[in-house]
Design a protein around this ligand. Sequence first.
Ligand code: PBG
Length: 324
Amino acid sequence: MLFPDFRGRRLRASSNFRRMIRETTLSRNDLILPLFAIEGKSVKKPIESMPGHFQLSVDHIVKTAQKANDEGIPAIILFGVPDKKDPLATRAYAPDSIVQKAIYAVKEKVPDISVITDVCLCGYMDHGHCGVVDKGIIDNDASLDLLAKTALSHAKAGADMVAPSDMMDGRVAEIRGLLDDEGYSHIPIMSYAVKYSSAFYGPFRQAAESAPQFGDRKTYQMDPANSNEAIREATMDIEEGADIIMVKPALSYLDIIYRLKEEIDLPIAAYNVSGEYSIMKAGEIMGWVNAREMIMETLLSIKRAGADLILTYSSIDVARELNK
Ligand code: PBG
């Protein structure tokens, strides 16, 4: 049908019509809020590169989790800023370390919100890499046991789901195996299966104090040029027992989200990462853009591409907007 028989504007004429034919909706059910836990009491240390976000001591993590729960957000994902780093990331899996304490406190005080944990070693290693370093090389197989131990320690502290973000080959199987052996077969794994080596992680590395001290992450995170490889990575993690597949970052990789949605049948999560958040916030501070509207539009685009879940630093603001 061509003009003048077809007029696209007819159904755009009123907000009711627009509502009636809207193809994609964003819901608070889609949102996961990332939080950074740090040692101490009453600590709320602004993260300069991520306006509106803080390194939070456990008491503040609980308060923020409560706020998120009050807005109907189903889950938070926790990152830890430990008191000490070493070459074996011992504070990643110590039962009295920061993330473990934060998990326990949130589950005790805000039992209705689900607690997901980022399983990685970079924030706990003195060299800042996501695995064990041997003569300047990131040793894949030597890292698997530490990653699985970390996931298990989170489950023991009460985590509802674990999310490995290290990009070592074989870690999903290793984590699944150990969780099953130790009586945690009910804990799902959300795998950062398709994680690109990205400049968009810059602000996060300040937040988590996890920047690599030498080299970069290109030997384990994916090359932004590749799309077929995303299918291979996702397929491998599904075979190994992943329950949710994540794509990260989100905005430069909407084609990857779309393609995975077509080719795999697990729920897909997308990580609207720190750099994506910070550039919009910076634009807002400069008075150049309407960040609130921009964030709603970008999250909608991530859903339209095919994501079922979105990890976003804007979760609380967005849930408030949706709850109006
Ligand atoms: C840890 C990890 C990173 C992010 C999530 N988990 C950083 C990295 O890989 O360097 C990035 C999240 C963000 O930028 O918001 N490996």
